[in-house]
Design a protein around this ligand. Sequence first.
Ligand code: NAP
Ligand code: HSE
Length: 429
Amino acid sequence: MNVAIGLLGCGTVGAGVVELLARRQDKIAELTGLRPEIKKVLVRDLDKPRAVALAPGQLTQNPDELLADEDIRIVVETMGGIEPARTYMLAAIQAGKHVVTANKDLIALHGLEILEAARAAGVDVMYEAAVGGAIPLIRPLTEHLTANEITDLKGIINGTTNYILTKMTETGADFADALAEAQSLGYAEADPSSDVDGLDAARKLAILASLAFCTRVRLEDVHVQGIRSITAADVAYADELGCVIKLLASGRDRHGVLSLHVGPALVPKHHPLAHVSGSFNALFVRGDAAGDLMFYGRGAGSLPTASAVMGDVIEVLRSLRLGVSGRATRMILPDKRVAALPDEPVRFYMRLTVADQPGAFAAIASIFGVSNISMETVLQKRAKRGQAEVVIVTHATPPHALAHAVEGLRALPHVQAVNNVMPVEEDPA
Ligand code: NAP
Ligand code: HSE
C-alpha cells in the first residue's frame, strides 16, 4: 500500500529527502509493508533550479495542496524558521497527519505546544534531524537511555562553526572565506549568524537538555557566546598551547540545578573532541547507569540530515502499519533552577592587548594576585606600534573570580583590550 507524503521545502535537506526516499523506496516498502511516495512539494519559488528531479505538477506554492489533501498521511517539514512553519505544522497535526521535522528553531521555541497538539490529535511528531544531523541523539535520549539519570552533556553540535574553526586551524583560512565554504556546502542556516553567534547550538542544547534532564529548558536559560571574535591569532596561540579552538555546548544537572553553556573553548589536541573536524558533530552523555557514551557523525549536510529525517519517516510508517500511531504520553516536567554561572573551577585562556611599557606586566600580575588567581602559562609577543600581545592561561579558577579579574584588567590604563576569554577543556574523566 502507498503512503502519500507532503514535503514542505526542497532546499538542502528537502532535496536530500527526495533523493534518499527514491533510493530506498523499495527497501522501505519491504521493511514496513508501506511504500512512501512524495505527492506534493511546497516551495517559495517554482522556477528555482532544484538539485533533484521532480515530476511536473509535484511542486506547489500553495500549502493547502498538502495540508488539505486527505490522501497525504505524513508531512515532512524541511522549510526552516518559525513562521509559517509553525502554522503549517499545527494545521497538519489538526488534520490528523503525522509530522517529521528537521526544524530545531521551532522545536526549541514551540516544541511543547507542537507535541501537546500531536498528543491531543493522536498523531506522531518526530524531530531526530533537528539535532546532530545524521547522529541518532533524540531517540537514544528519549528511549534507550531513559532508565538513567543523566548528569552531563558536552559536545560539538554545530557543523558550520566546526567547519569554520577546522579550516582556520588546518589551512589558515580566514573566517569569512571558511563561512562562505560552509554555506556553499549547505551546512549553514538561512541566516548564518545563528550558526556563528552560537544560537543554533543553543537551540539544540535546549532541546537535548530538556530531554536529558527531564525538564523544560528555555532558550534564554542557555548562556551563549559565538565564534565571531575568534581570530587567526587565537587559533595560532591555541596551537602553541597544544590546543585547538572548538565551539562547545555543555549542560550539567547537579541535583536539580542546571548550567547550560555554548561558547568557544580551547580543547587539548589529545582530547577526543579535538579530532571532531569539519561538519562532524560529537556529543558526550554521562548517565548514572550507562556511564559515558560518545555519539559521533556528520552533523549537517543534505544526505546526512535526510538520513535522520527518513529514519523518522520509517518509524512513522511502522507505527501506521502496526496501528500504534500517536503513542506519546503526557509528560510531567518538573522545573529546575538554572545557575547563572557554573561554579566549578576551570582553566581560562585570555589574550590581552597591552601598552608595551615598563610596569604593564606588573599591573596585570597584581590584578591576578588580588583576585587570588594563579597563572599557569604566559606568552608575550611584541605586536606593533608600542603594543604587545599577552596570552595568559590560568590555573583552575572559579568563573566568578575570573569575571572579577577581567573587570579589573579592563580598568587598567595599560590594558587596551581583553580580546577573548575562553575556558580550557580538561581531559574527560
Ligand atoms: P534551505 O536550503 O534554505 O531550504 C529551505 C526550503 O524551504 C527551500 O526549498 C525554500 O523554498 C522552502 N521555503 C522556505 N520558506 C518557505 C515558505 N515560506 N513557503 C514555501 N517554501 C518555503 O534550508 P535547509 O538547509 O534545507 O534547512 C531546512 C531545515 O532543516 C531548517 O530548519 C534547518 O535548520 C534544518 N536543518 C538543516 C541542516 C543542514 O545541514 N542544512 C541540518 C539539520 C537541520 P525555495 O527553494 O523555493 O526558496
Ligand atoms: N546549520 C546547522 C549546523 C545545520 O551547521 O550545524 C545542522 O543542524
